[in-house]
Design a protein around this ligand. Structure first.
Ligand code: AMP
Ligand code: GLY
Length: 417
């Protein structure tokens, strides 16, 4: 079958790498792809949010299955548009993708159905939000309602920071329309775990657990990023917590979406905080996580296409999904300055020397026979090992052989837990 993958990051590279292991897949296109993806798939120059363009392409090239990586096209209704044309596509429809695209929707859903999450209030009025800020205690978390590429969350340690955060989101509109509403919520203490699950509308099958490293510098210092590395399994996620998460969070969320007439199909990502009062939801994402996917998919032994087809046909309960017990991890090599301003276009050297693990490309581009940097997160070094330490040795061994001007990566992925 012919597959089209939408997106251009390390997550999409990992998805394509896994899809190509399936005997069912004969050809893969990627829109728009990147410098590494082009070595294993045909990249086509259509942007991930150009839904009409993608739909036209899929029809013309008789694509059998389209897989969507990022949240933006999902929240714009790419699945609805493809389904209207009779095209098979993996991901939630627009009315279900709202679980990520509106934090206010997600919080109200959890409150209505008793799914554990931080206490919160939603404000459309900036003055009211400011007036009530004292009632939350400190630190307090201020979030823009809509999509903000993982940047619309501010953890305020003082009242002044909190008031400032409300201004940044609601008055200065740093995140545009996403800041028309804010969610103000209680700060949760605990360990974060990412659980991705395949969901076919009725059945949910969680993948192996992962832990994301969100801060840019070692020892969890510096600004929040899209993620600087990940390990799988997550050390703070044991069988007991897994059962609790399944019964109190995963199953109730899938049921809640059905009761709201927004049946969920695709991958549902649960960003969890394991608190002293049990696991609570920090956020939902309507897609595979990045960089969690670049660790988790290394552990998947089953055929990803078969799983995706089972999701589309609502027979996930019939499929056995197998994982290796080996540990996986990945480390992101980023442009100097990321997640703030950074330069692009630097040549990446040494890629051919690093071949112990797998290098997934994120922000790279192929120009005149060279691979150059083209984004904040540039490369994702991934490996599987019998233990986490073994995976870690492979990843850091590879990283040392690759470089570009001002490159930066964390040295403590897999060390701090
Ligand atoms: P989000 O985009 O909602 O996942 O938020 C980004 C990051 O901010 C999360 O991964 C957490 O590290 C942190 N965060 C968000 N909400 C809370 C909260 N209520 N308590 C503590 N940390 C939070
Ligand atoms: N790694 C967090 C995310 O994918 O949003």
């Amino acid at each position: 079958m012919k597959v089209l993958v939408v997106g251009s990051g390390g997550r999409e590279h990992a998805i394509i790498w896994k899809l190509l292991q399936s005997p069912k897949v004969s050809y893969v296109y990627c829109a728009p792809g990147n410098g590494g993806i082009r070595q294993m798939a045909e990249c086509v120059d259509i942007k991930a949010d150009d839904i009409e363009g993608l739909c036209r392409f899929a029809k013309k090239h008789k694509i059998d299955l389209t897989v969507v990586g990022p949240e933006l096209p999902l929240s714009l209704g790419i699945v609805d548009a493809f389904e209207k044309e009779g095209l098979r596509i993996f991901g939630p429809r627009k009315d279900a993708a709202i679980i990520e695209s509106s934090k206010a929707f997600a919080k109200d859903l959890m409150q209505k159905y008793g799914i554990p999450t931080a206490k919160y209030r939603i404000y459309e009025d900036e003055t009211k939000a400011k007036e009530e800020i004292d009632s939350f205690g400190l630190p307090v978390v201020i979030k823009a309602d809509g999509l903000a590429a993982g940047k619309g969350v501010i953890i305020a340690r003082t009242k002044e920071e909190a008031l400032n955060a409300i201004d940044i989101i609601m008055k200065e509109k740093h995140f545009g329309e996403a800041g028309n509403k804010v969610v103000v919520e209680e700060f949760l203490e605990g360990k974060e775990v990412s659980i991705l699950a395949f969901v076919d509308g009725k059945t949910a099958v969680p993948m192996v657990s992962a832990q994301d490293y969100k801060r840019v510098f070692d020892n969890d210092k510096g600004l929040n990023t899209g993620g600087m590395g990940a390990i799988s399994p997550a050390p703070h996620y044991d069988d007991k917590v897994a059962v609790e998460v399944m019964e109190k969070i995963i199953k109730p969320t899938v049921e809640a979406m059905n009761k709201e007439n927004r049946p969920y199909k695709g991958v549902l990502y649960f960003g969890l905080m394991i608190t002293k009062d049990g696991p609570k939801v920090v956020e939902y994402n309507c897609r595979f996580g990045d960089p969690e996917t670049e660790a988790v998919l290394l552990r998947l032994e089953s055929d990803l296409v078969e799983i995706m087809e089972a999701v589309l046909d609502e027979r996930l309960h019939e499929v056995d999904i197998e994982w290796t017990n080996n540990a996986a991890m990945c480390v992101v090599m980023a442009s100097g300055g990321y997640p703030e301003n950074f330069e692009k276009g630097y040549e990446i050297k040494g890629l051919e020397n690093a071949e112990e693990g797998i290098i997934f490309h994120a922000g790279t581009k192929y120009v005149d026979g060279k691979i150059v940097t083209n984004g904040g997160r540039v490369l994702v070094f991934s490996a599987l090992g019998r233990t986490l330490d073994e995976a870690r040795a492979i990843v850091y061994g590879d990283i040392e052989k690759v470089s570009f001007k001002d490159c930066h990566y964390r040295r403590d992925i897999g060390l701090i837990k």
